[in-house]
Design a protein around this ligand. Sequence first.
Ligand code: URP
Ligand code: ZN
Ligand code: ZN
Ligand code: ZN
Length: 475
Amino acid sequence: MRKLIKSGTIVTAADTYIGDILIDNGLIAMIGIGLNANDAEIVDASGCYVFPGGVDPHTHLDMPFGGTVTRDDFESGTIAAAFGGTTTIVDFCLTAKGKPLADAVQTWHAKSGDKAVIDYGFHLMVSEVTDDVLLELPRIIEEEGITSLKVFMAYKNVLQADDGTLYRMLQVAKEQGALVMVHAENGDVIDYLIREALAAGNTAPIYHALTRPAVLEGEATGRAAALTELADSQLYVVHVTCAEAVWKIAEARKKGLRVYGETCPQYLVLDQTDLEKPDFEGAKYVWSPPLREKWNQQVLWDALWNGQLQAVGSDQCSFDFKGQKELGIDDFSKIPNGGPTIEDRFSLLYSEGVHKGRLSINKFVDIIATAGAKLFGLFPQKGTIAIGSDADIVIFDPSVERTLSAETHHMKVDYNAFEGMQVFGEPVSVLVRGEFVIRDRAFVGKPGSGRYLHRRRFGDAEKQAVKKPPAGGSG
Ligand code: URP
Ligand code: ZN
Ligand code: ZN
Ligand code: ZN
């Protein structure tokens, strides 16, 4: 059945206006004022913002990591995402050395296919360059529409790739129209600092931050940018936490390089002192790169506002405090890295960004949906409210004031990293391709209804937007 979303304040990365949206066959069919459609179900959005569904370009669902597996899988993770206003995710498909890339992709399809309640794509993690990998990559990019390749510069002896691998991936990305993503930290030096700390008996969670200093994130970010320049390729730096890394990205962009950056909600609102919480509670705040000294938050907000950073991903990677984070009770290096963020990313950015006057509402939409869709080959199907786009829509009530808590969140994990924080605004109803997944704050979706997204190559949207005039003629 067609739906008519009436009288909401429609917000895109460019515009804000009151209007109606007619949804037909899962797509936005019409936008106007005073629209009528006899056969359509009317959805009243007056007093609410009507945002494009959030696009979260960075999640880890059902991922083995740190000797355990993330608590949230594609079912609980995408349900939580939907409650939070996110309608598209791009999850990291982990490959195994020596095994075909296609096996990893099949594994990720098996994890997600009958579970996801929102639409999803995959990035492919690449940790080594072999003849087999080089042979297989173009096929994966073409057939699976996986047009982003992730390289870890940290997690020595686990996920870390060397600089040669990163450089080779940048070349492949350039040839194939893909975007290389990096986790930028100097893993070799960090490995040494961790061993040094443990040898001195420093085992508490705070040493996680102290052994991964900001200068090593800045160094790796600058190195990745330099290799991108050499390869004349494109780079997206995930989870940027600190001034040192922002400066490197800004410098590269000033040179005209295609270097982009993402930060995450945790780095915008939490800080290094959270790792000092007593009774091992600091373990809840172990991310890599780590939370930084508080002054970095302002640098990150400024960078989002002035375009040095383009997107905010959640980096959802949840582990229970009991039983999982506790694996590192005697050794901070054994605490599984990551936290539960998929649900609160959208609202935290709205509340801390728009409500507190740090971001315009259009910039918020860009950061939370549009920029990610563009960079990862999903625009304009995803990431905006426009005629012909998927009807992925969030009806958001800005007048609600609420408290984030594990008591009320929908992730399976046993704590909330933002416990007790007051936020303004709440997604009331959320539609994916025109169907309600959340309706009046209740889940009404169906596991398996989320669709796999075959993504376009990097830069293709621009190329296809304008057709060249036919050759010949009178000129
Ligand atoms: O601590 C983090 N960020 N965990 C998830 C894996 C990664 O490095 O993105
Ligand atoms: Zn309302
Ligand atoms: Zn990472
Ligand atoms: Zn991550």
